[in-house]
Every structure is written in C-alpha cells, then in structure tokens.
Design a protein around this ligand. Structure first.
Ligand SMILES: [Zn+2]
Length: 289
C-alpha cells in the first residue's frame, strides 16, 4: 500500500551554528538517518552533551507534518523505523513489518500506550502530588488521550490535552472529558498567562519532538500550581539513541538536567541509567520562577 500523502510532503531545513542549550560553538557530527531520500544529520555538543539534529526541519514544516501526517502514518505502520538504535532490543508484540489497516493500527497504538506509558507515568505522578477529583492534569502531545483516560480512572480528575494531529484529536474528542487546550506545545505560552493552573503537566515522548523545548518547559513551569509537577519521559541517549525524522533532540541525564534547571525547576530522575526511556519528575525551585 502506497502512502500518497507523504510523497508530496517535503521539509524545509534550517541549520544551527551553536548549541541551543549551552551556546557551545563546537558541534561534532554524531550519526544520521535517511527517509524518503531526505538526510537527517545529528551533532553532539561536547560542552553539555546535548545531541541534536542539524540541519533540522523548520518549525513550520513540523507543524504541518504533525498536524497531517505523523499519526496518520503511525497507525498504518508506515512511519520511519530503524532497528539497532536501542541497546538490547526486545521485540514487542506491537512490532512487525506489515502495513496496517488504520482502524486496527489505532487500536494497536492505544493498547501500547495504555500498557507502556500510563502504567509507568501515573504511579510516579501520584507519588509526587496528591491526586483527587479537583486535580488538573495536562498532557502535552497526548496522542489518542489514553494516558489521560487512565488518570481519570484513578482519580476522576480534570483532563486537558494539547495535540497537533487531526487524526488523534478525533479520538480524543470521543473521550468527552478531555478538553483540548491547544494544537502545539508552544500554545503553552498563551495558556501560561491564564488563571487555569495544573497539578501535573506530562511530556511523554514529546520533548524530543519540539524545536524549542527550552521555551516550552519554561511556559509549562509558569502553568503549574504552586506545588505542581512536570513529568518528562524521553529516549535515553545512553541506551536508546533514537535518531529519526521526528526527533530534533536526543537527551541524556545531563542535558535534560541542564534544560530543566534553566527553566527554574528542580528535578529527580526516576529511571535507571540502563533504561531506554529517561524519566524525571520536576518541581518548581523554592522562591524562584
Ligand atoms: Zn551544549
């Protein structure tokens, strides 16, 4: 089955001369992938350890891609995939090389998220903030809304999502109790100026997809209640060097730590050094931000 939409899609690129996290000017080539005859190259900053795509698609290109193509491809199993980027790769029951029927593909993705994301995220958040029916949970890049739905099962709290994909938004709307606050993570800038504040803001498989994660985390910090937390789950450079067209960044414990510190957050890494996903819970620093 051909994917006609993607054939007509191209990215516009921009190059960075300095590390966007620490402004370091020495950038060392560190791998590349290729998709639809397009090169995606990576560099690493020896100052702070940040790995990032350079040159990279512009934000405008990504906006269109995430709105119209990302989930549309994923649920057909036609998105980018490359083996060998994960240490001690396991084959999951969701992996195969067939093209899927979209409806079954959506069910498959939702099942995967319920199994792999909700179960790891919710206990950590529940441990960090007291969850009850007045709690407000926002997930940035909430996909089909599965993790939020699991939060509701736990504490009947208020649910909010930000999600670029038209395809995913259709499913989110079926849940009825999830309010979509915006399409892009950068919409947090406007949201942060409002009175609505959150007990927890979740970034699961999201931060690495953003062009300006540094600004977005700052806006998220400004959107928290006084004792609110930010939960971050992102590929761990050490064991999961996930270079793909969707990832402008691949974080390590050190580079993620620097990013959240710059946003005025304290953070605690929840994951082990060996885990393929780096997970951290972040709190507002006392007296700052
Ligand atoms: Zn750097």
């Amino acid at each position: 089955m051909e994917d006609n939409n993607s054939k007509n899609f191209t990215f516009d690129f921009e190059a960075l001369e300095r590390c966007p996290l620490c402004q370091g000017a020495v950038l060392i080539p560190n791998g590349k992938v290729r998709w639809y005859d397009i090169d995606f190259w990576y560099v690493i900053c020896p100052e702070c350890g940040l790995k990032f795509m350079n040159p990279r698609p512009t934000r405008e290109s990504y906006k269109e891609f995430y709105k119209n193509l990302f989930w549309e491809q994923k649920i057909k199993n036609t998105g980018f995939h490359q083996e060998g980027q994960m240490w001690q790769t396991k084959r999951y029951k969701w992996d195969n090389k067939r093209v899927w029927d979209s409806e079954n593909g959506r069910k498959n993705r939702m099942e995967k998220h319920r199994e792999q994301r909700a179960k790891t995220i919710i206990p950590v958040v529940a441990d960090a903030v007291s969850l009850n029916e007045n709690s407000r949970i926002l997930e940035v890049g909430c996909g089909f809304g599965v993790t939020l739905d699991e939060f509701f099962k736990k504490c009947k709290c208020h649910l909010y999502g930000i999600e670029p994909s038209d395809e995913a938004q259709k499913t989110i709307k079926e849940f009825e109790n999830i309010e979509i606050l915006g399409r892009y993570a950068e919409d947090l800038e406007e949201i942060s100026k409002k009175e609505l504040k959150f007990d927890a803001i979740i970034f699961s498989h999201t931060l690495e997809n953003l062009i300006h994660p540094f600004n977005v985390i700052k806006f998220a910090t400004d959107s928290l209640k006084k004792n609110g937390v930010i939960y971050i789950q992102t590929p761990n450079l050490l064991t999961f060097d996930q270079m793909n067209p969707y990832h402008p960044y691949i974080f390590s414990k050190q580079s993620l730590g620097l990013l959240v510190k710059k946003a005025g957050l304290e953070y605690k890494v929840i994951s082990e050094a060996i885990d393929k996903m780096l997970a951290a819970i972040c709190f507002k620093s006392n007296g700052k931000s």
